[in-house]
Design a protein around this ligand. Structure first.
Ligand code: PGA
Length: 243
């Protein structure tokens, strides 16, 4: 199975810059062993989608509403995302959890994404404090059980991506050794199986760039990468996907 590289542009680019970067991405060469997904901000999804037409690049979103399409001011439902061509939706990113998103809301969002036959990318990861106090695995287990435990049985058999991003790694340049990252990805997969999820892939993220990506991608039990800052730099990202 191809490993997956997901670019998360976050809220970094004004409209013109998203379009310029998307035009550059259009020329990207993706290694046969990889798939590439790009998650622009909501406002850019539609125009980026038309730029990516007839390319191998797939579209993702950085978040979605936990509510169905309807009168919910400021929300963006999975129905709307699907209609724009979105296939992957990041849920529970640590930057959203830091704004108060609970495990329960993450679970509702994952359930909406799966019911719409799209792929959730459920983010989990410990903070620096949780790691220091020896609670990394407890945190991961709580987040995974919270996100997947209550999913209806029929949705648990669908493909689900979990993204392991230690919070202290994000944007910091600090990283877990690839062997420890792999070991933890495997533990995460087993937690997810215990929750009844049958087809789980576990990707890794936090400070990934062209210089370190290969080391993590070479690990058998790391199914791909989630890339933030380095995905804003076309040359950097293109080297990650054209390995
Ligand atoms: P980073 O972000 O690559 O800039 O550390 C990763 C993420 O937050 O998904």
């Amino acid at each position: 199975m191809k490993k997956i590289i997901i670019a998360n542009w976050k809220d970094n680019l004004v409209a013109t810059k998203s379009l310029t970067l998307a035009q550059k991405y259009k020329t990207i060469k993706i290694c046969d062993c990889l798939k590439a997904v790009v998650c622009p901000d909501f406002s850019a999804i539609s125009s980026v989608a038309s730029i990516f037409k007839k390319t191998a690049l797939q579209l993702g979103a950085q978040n979605c509403s936990a509510l169905p399409i309807g009168a919910h001011t400021g929300e963006v439902s999975v129905e709307i995302l699907k209609s724009l061509g979105v296939k992957y939706v990041i849920v529970g990113h640590s930057e959203r959890r830091a704004c108060g998103e609970s495990d329960e809301v993450v679970s509702q969002k994952a359930s909406k994404v799966l019911a719409a036959k799209m792929l959730p990318v459920v983010c989990v990861g410990e903070t620096a404090l949780e790691r220091r106090s020896g609670n990394t695995l407890l945190t991961l287990e709580r987040q995974i059980r919270g996100a997947l435990g209550k999913l209806p049985k029929n949705l648990k058999s669908a493909r689900i991506i979990l993204a392991y991003e230690p919070v202290w790694e994000i944007g910091s340049g600090k990283m877990l050794a690839a062997s420890e990252a792999e070991e933890t990805c495997l533990i995460i997969k087993n937690f997810a199986k215990k929750c009844g999820a049958l087809k789980v892939e576990v990707i890794f993220g936090g400070s990934i760039n062209k210089n370190n990506s290969q080391e993590y991608l070479n690990k058998k039990n790391i199914d791909g990468l989630l890339v933030g800052g380095a995905s804003l730099d076309f040359k950097n990202f293109s080297q990650i996907v054209n390995c």
